[in-house]
Write a protein of this length. Structure first.
Length: 286
């Protein structure tokens, strides 16, 4: 990796941020393409988010990613947002314009769809209903992306049905809320199941879900990538489903920001996946 006094700067803003793998993947691309630049983690408390964002143009940053818990707050803190960020209700990518203005967008839905297409190339939106577990920010990005892709019915299942109802209303007529107690029934005739909750993540309880009603032809995807194979994906693979892990979503959502900041369109390759996975293994061992 090349870093000089003329280096282009970008980073990820979060609180906390030490867990983020974004620095590993962006710096991998910088080294791979021989770009004079660096991408760094920025631990910023919520009370300092707006101030930090306003500093980016003056200290030479081309932009930044925004992660939890700042995505919704960033929507109001930047100078302008695109339609996609407004529909999702959150910003995960900030681009500093030549005039110093901050433009916010959201690439989470893009990352999800690219990961789905790469991991399950035979899936098409017309295959049938999609079931989304969860109603948070990731669920909203996934729901918007699936609706835009042409999925005719999106079933949103959440532990608090009020949140599922609110999200379904925001997505439109193609979406409908389903109570958590009926999550197994929601799988009937579905062609895609997506977990956007933290259930199954390392340190969290496993997702309790009977897959018996889910057609074997359905694709199963999990936004969780620690562990890479969650209990949900393991159970689905054992039944014969095509499964898509969550790491690819992280990798693909980074592509538009990197191109905007550093001027090169990067690719998600097996070597990149392995490099990011290796950093996770080293972190666990240390």
């Amino acid at each position: 990796m090349i870093v000089t006094g003329s280096a282009r700067l970008a980073g990820v803003i979060g609180w906390p941020v030490a867990h983020s793998r974004s620095p590993q993947l962006h710096n991998y691309w910088l080294a791979h393409h021989g770009i004079d630049g660096i991408y760094i983690p920025l631990a910023v408390a919520p009370t300092h988010l707006r101030r930090l964002l306003r500093l980016l143009p003056g200290i030479g940053f081309s932009g930044a990613n925004v992660t939890v818990p700042h995505k919704q707050a960033a929507l109001a803190a930047v100078d302008e947002t695109d339609v996609l960020a407004q529909r999702i209700g959150a910003v995960n990518t900030v681009i500093v314009g030549e005039d110093g203005r901050l433009r916010g967008t959201n690439t989470d839905g893009f990352g999800f769809m690219e990961n789905l297409r790469q991991g399950a190339p035979s899936w098409v939106p017309a295959d049938g209903p999609a079931v989304i577990l969860g109603a948070g920010g990731t669920a909203r990005a996934v729901a918007v992306a699936l609706a835009d892709a042409g999925v005719a019915q999106i079933r949103i299942v959440n532990r608090t049905k009020r949140r599922a109802t609110r999200l379904a209303h925001a997505i439109g007529p193609v979406a409908r809320p389903i109570a958590w107690q009926r999550r197994a029934h929601a799988l009937e005739a579905a062609a895609l199941l997506v977990n956007t909750t933290v259930l199954g993540m390392s340190g969290q309880p496993a997702l309790s879900l009977d897959l018996a009603a889910l057609p074997v032809r359905a694709v199963v995807s999990d936004a969780v990538y620690t562990p890479l194979e969650t209990p949900l994906l393991a159970a689905a693979a054992a039944r014969g489903h095509v499964v898509v892990d969550g790491l690819g979503m992280l990798l693909h959502q980074a592509r538009p920001g990197f191109e905007a900041w550093f001027g090169v369109a990067p690719e998600v390759t097996p070597a990149l996946r392995e490099a990011v996975l290796e950093t996770g293994r080293v972190a666990l061992a240390s």
